[in-house]
Design a protein around this ligand. Structure first.
Ligand SMILES: Nc1nc2c(ncn2[C@@H]2O[C@H](COP(=O)(O)OP(=O)(O)O)[C@@H](O)[C@H]2O)c(=O)[nH]1
Ligand SMILES: [Mg+2]
Length: 230
């Protein structure tokens, strides 16, 4: 190393020591940065939202079983069975080279109205039915509020039913307002009267994915679409 002849021998030793210390410091800082940022998997908060009985909880379970091996939500033919937001955290989602640290949220169904008499048709007493209707209404309000903080919304629709109603408009309008990445899931394609193309033509500006959460048909395509938007 070149030193001016005016720098005495002892000072050169101190300079060497300084350079060595700075070098060690630099290596330590870079290692810390790498550990903190470089290897950190991106996280994504994914929500399943839609009308009651469209298959949100069935899809939540399919996703959970595929990525963790365990189920997560209650499935039922009774509408509004899911009355609270159910969350599955720290799911290692990997599709191709894309890795995500996913939090998956299953939500109560959003309906235009909640009639307690509907629950009585499924065997609940009047008191139980009124209580369930109250819980369902609370669930709808919290779900709409919750939509503000999600990264990707999977709007689950029953592909056997007409898609263009007030509920779809409310959900999609809310997501658009929050600029949330949205995929419409046209579910129940295993049923003969399903018509995912009707959903595609109703919402041509949105990504629509036809699946059967029950049989798993189309599910890999849905996972790829999630990987590409998240
Ligand atoms: N045939 C068929 N039935 C389904 C599918 N997904 C859900 N279901 C049924 O639809 C009903 C409501 O499902 P659930 O997941 O509880 O709906 P949620 O209210 O949206 O959570 C249940 O009887 C499910 O077995 C599907 O892909 N195909
Ligand atoms: Mg449910």
């Amino acid at each position: 190393m070149y030193y001016s002849s005016t720098i005495p021998q002892t000072n050169r030793g101190i300079i060497h020591l300084y350079i060595f210390t700075i070098h060690i410091f630099y290596v330590e800082i870079m290692t810390l940065f790498e550990r903190l940022f470089k290897n950190k998997t991106k996280s994504a908060n994914i929500v399943l939202v839609g009308e009651p009985n469209t298959g949100k909880s069935t899809l939540a379970n399919k996703f959970s079983v595929d990525f963790t091996g365990n189920t997560m939500s209650d499935i039922s033919e009774i509408p509004h069975e899911t009355t609270e937001i159910t969350t599955l955290e720290k799911v290692d989602f990997q599709v191709g080279s894309k890795k995500l640290d996913v939090t998956l949220c299953d939500t109560p169904g959003i309906a235009q109205s909640v009639d307690y008499r509907e629950f009585m048709k499924h065997g609940l007493s009047q008191d139980e039915a009124i209580q369930r209707a109250k819980e369902a209404t609370g669930g709808i309000v919290s779900t709409i509020k919750f939509l503000k903080d999600v990264d990707v919304a999977l709007v689950v629709m029953d592909a056997c039913l007409p898609p263009f109603d007030q509920v779809s408009l409310t959900i999609l309008g809310t997501l658009e307002m929050h600029k949330t990445k949205t995929i419409i899931v046209a579910n129940k394609t295993d049923l003969e009267n399903s018509n995912p193309d009707l959903i595609r033509s109703t919402f041509p500006h949105l990504t629509v994915c036809g699946i059967s959460a029950l049989t798993g048909e189309g599910i890999d395509d849905l996972y790829s679409k999630i990987a590409s938007v998240a």
